[in-house]
Design a protein around this ligand. Structure first.
Ligand code: HEM
Length: 376
């Protein structure tokens, strides 16, 4: 998509595709669309419909309710709670790496980048590990709009949401009776100004975590590994001082290959965006992937520079800034660190055999056959 973005930034930075759909490509316009919630609403569908948990969750909500809800869930989902997961994430990724120890050719998505985030979120929510496959299927169905099952049946977006709602309703009811040391129990407990979360809101948040936190993190990690294949000198560079160098590397991967390429908004009234009048009720497509390569903001945007200090929009901006960003960064850094410890290089012998995710929303891989060279 990157040459298209460059073309659009130059020639049609605000592009009216159809009567009511507008695409936005330049950094400053994308930033405004993402953060100016008074003019660009995140509201989607009917809020407060228990059968549509994503429409009633944080990411599809505007202030003032967004502010209240975000304050509440932030009490349970704190950066400290996430930092406390370090040891456990290390354990999980170590054991995934142990499972393919000795194998030098493998699909790294299947073996590492796909299972890691789903195990972490399932544990965070207190979901038994044998439910993991169902979990993954639901989140894939919601992101892709539907999901073909092994049986050949297709699981629709609506059905996946329904199944998740049923599943989590039961889990939340159990935790209400008998709290445990997990996020759902914490969510049931939090209070701000005497107010707590409703069942529907807890449900919405669980489903959102599942959907927002899985494929995104998988793709961050896959994109990082793809980059290490593309620029082989990075592996020894990072292996030399992983603690000092990995964080900046991960940030540049996020800029260069953002796992989420665009987000939607709807205009609440007639708006002017960089001089272009956009009518009320328009659907806005804010291209994060393009903003991250805008030559007006980044020097040589089309080259990967591991020491770039600039910020990026991969986690969004403003009030909806990704709540899971510290978790995604932590998972990526820990998994990469362990790979750097065990191997000396990664290569993708047949790039054409990789399967990029086939949507314009998500940038990453469904399958990536790699060759790993173990330490001598
Ligand atoms: C919001 C990207 C990982 C939970 C967002 C937004 C983006 C994003 C772009 C803003 C949406 C908007 O403005 O409409 C990513 C990427 C990830 C990632 C690229 C991985 C590399 C995670 C993880 C979790 C998570 C691991 C949780 C476990 C959320 C939540 C929101 C959000 C709850 C909504 C926040 C709000 O509306 O206030 N994410 N995300 N994300 N993300 Fe992430």
């Amino acid at each position: 998509p990157f040459p298209w973005y460059a073309h659009m930034r130059k020639h049609q930075p605000i592009w009216q595709e159809q009567a009511s759909t507008w695409h936005v490509f330049r950094h400053d316009d994308v930033l405004r669309v993402l953060s100016d919630y008074e003019h660009f609403s995140s509201q989607r569908g009917e809020a407060n419909d228990p059968n549509r948990p994503i429409s009633s969750s944080l990411i599809s909500m505007d202030p003032p309710r967004h502010r209240q809800l975000r304050t509440l869930v932030s009490q349970a989902f704190t950066p400290r709670a996430i930092a406390n997961l370090t040891a456990r994430i290390e354990e999980i990724s170590n054991s995934l790496l142990d499972d393919f120890q000795g194998q030098t050719h493998l699909d790294i998505v299947e073996s590492l980048t796909y299972p890691l985030p789903v195990i972490v979120i399932a544990e965070l929510l207190g979901v038994p590990s044998d439910e993991r496959d169902r979990f993954k299927m639901w989140s894939d169905a919601v992101i892709a709009g539907s999901r073909q099952l092994a049986s050949g049946e297709v699981l629709s977006f609506e059905d996946a949401q329904m199944e998740m709602v049923q599943y989590f309703s039961q889990l939340v009811a159990e935790r209400k009776k008998t709290p445990k040391a997990d996020l759902i129990s914490d969510l049931l407990r939090v209070k701000v100004d005497g107010e707590s979360l409703s069942m529907a809101e807890i449900l919405g948040f669980c489903v959102l975590l599942l959907v927002a936190g899985n494929e995104t993190t998988t793709n961050l990690l896959s994109n990082a590994l793809y980059t290490l294949h593309e620029i082989p000198s990075l592996w020894p560079y990072l292996a030399e001082q992983p603690d000092e160098r990995l964080a900046a590397f991960v940030e540049e991967v996020l800029r260069f290959r953002a796992p989420i390429q665009h987000m939607y908004r709807t205009t609440t009234c007639d708006v002017e965006l960089s001089g272009v009048p956009v009518p009320a009720g328009s659907r806005m497509v804010a291209w994060i992937g393009s903003a991250n390569r805008d030559e007006a903001v980044y020097e040589q945007p089309e080259t990967f520079q591991v020491n770039r200090k600039s910020r990026h929009l991969a986690f969004g901006h403003g009030i909806h800034f990704c709540l899971g960003a510290p978790l995604a960064r932590l998972e990526a850094e820990l998994a990469l660190k362990q790979l750097l410890r065990r191997y000396t290089s990664i290569a993708i012998p047949d790039v054409d055999a990789s399967e990029p995710v086939p949507t314009s929303l998500v940038y990453g891989f469904h399958k990536m056959e790699v060759q790993l060279t173990p330490l001598p």
